[in-house]
Design a protein around this ligand. Structure first.
Ligand code: ZN
Length: 311
């Protein structure tokens, strides 16, 4: 399972943001949430892998809403010949209360946006998106093994939308049982392909999101052995000035990190400042090798590196 673009951006930001920055705790917390979400989806996938091989499994799909302005994101989508399932995964530990009067998910004194309402909204958006009508069944997966669930009122019909990972295969079997297939294998494939094709990853400028100034970002090439940003070119070899380790591609990781934080456009002097390299010819060589395009004039020459989601 691939990490989302947002997850990768958070990892890079967490590793490069000055730990003394006031935004550091919120970056760490957002990364923790992303990691927990991924853990939950992995648990779900473990059980979904037992499903019939004619089903298609899609992870983290974000599509334009029917209104054309916003987007809707689905954690896991299973396309079968007779039903499409949308699973919203909640990887939270502790006592979770789904209050159906207030449409809230409550844990202790925390409230979360209601995943049952969310997954129904996703269902309505996906319905308008499909060319051929196929029943869509939404569910919220409570994936953490240490979660305990209550619903208010206890006899709420919405209880059927809350499932645990180990119930997934029997739920899917029960919902499919007795329905005749509406889609051919080719159509299942086509729908999945269309969902992937129109997927637009959540991709805001991460520095802007956390209100971070570029000065708060640690520059240099990181040594994977001693974690300092002190790798530089010594005698034609990328070498860590702190511990003496050699690297073949440490500079490429730094280039990818640059794109994740600042976007794909870069000038030679931006790159020299980011990699802490004085030699213009070293960075020029790197840019010429890795750029996919360029723009501007000789005085203001901008190299365009591959997009982060294509790397
Ligand atoms: Zn080192």
């Amino acid at each position: 399972m691939k990490k989302s673009l947002w997850h990768r951006k958070l990892e890079v930001l967490e590793s490069r943001l000055n730990p003394a920055a006031p935004q550091y705790p919120s970056v760490k917390e957002e990364l923790r949430k992303c990691m927990a979400g991924m853990e939950g989806e992995k648990r779900l996938y473990y059980f979904l892998s037992e499903l019939n091989e004619s089903f298609r499994l899609l992870h983290d799909i974000r599509l334009p809403s029917p209104n054309g302005v916003t987007h809707f994101q689905m954690d896991t989508v299973v396309v079968s010949p007779s039903v499409i399932f949308i699973f919203e995964v909640k990887h939270l530990t502790g006592h979770l209360i789904f209050n159906r009067y207030t449409n809230q998910l409550i844990r202790g004194n925390q409230t979360f946006s209601d995943p049952i309402t969310q997954v129904h909204r996703q269902k309505r958006a996906l319905e308008q998106w499909l060319v051929k009508p196929v029943p869509i069944l939404p569910a919220v997966v409570v994936s953490h093994p240490n979660a305990r669930v209550d619903i208010i009122p206890p006899d709420s019909a919405d209880r059927e939308f809350i499932v645990y990972p180990m119930e997934i295969t029997s739920l899917v079997d029960a919902k499919i049982n007795g329905r005749s297939p509406l889609l051919t294998a080719k159509e299942v494939h086509e729908i999945s392909g269309a969902l992937l094709k129109h997927h637009r990853p959540y991709d805001p400028g991460i520095l802007k999101t956390f209100n971070i100034h570029p000065d708060q970002i640690q520059t240099g090439i990181r040594c994977t052995a001693c974690k300092t940003f002190t790798v530089t070119k010594i005698n034609k070899k990328w070498t860590c000035a702190s511990c003496g380790s050699y690297f073949k591609t440490a500079h490429l990781a730094a280039l990818q990190e640059y794109v994740l934080l600042f976007g794909p456009k870069i000038t030679n002097s931006d790159l020299r400042a980011f990699l802490k390299i004085e030699s213009r010819s070293i960075t020029e060589k790197l840019l010429k090798k890795w750029r996919v395009d360029f723009e501007g004039t000789t005085r203001n020459y901008v190299h365009i590196l591959p997009d982060a989601d294509k790397q």
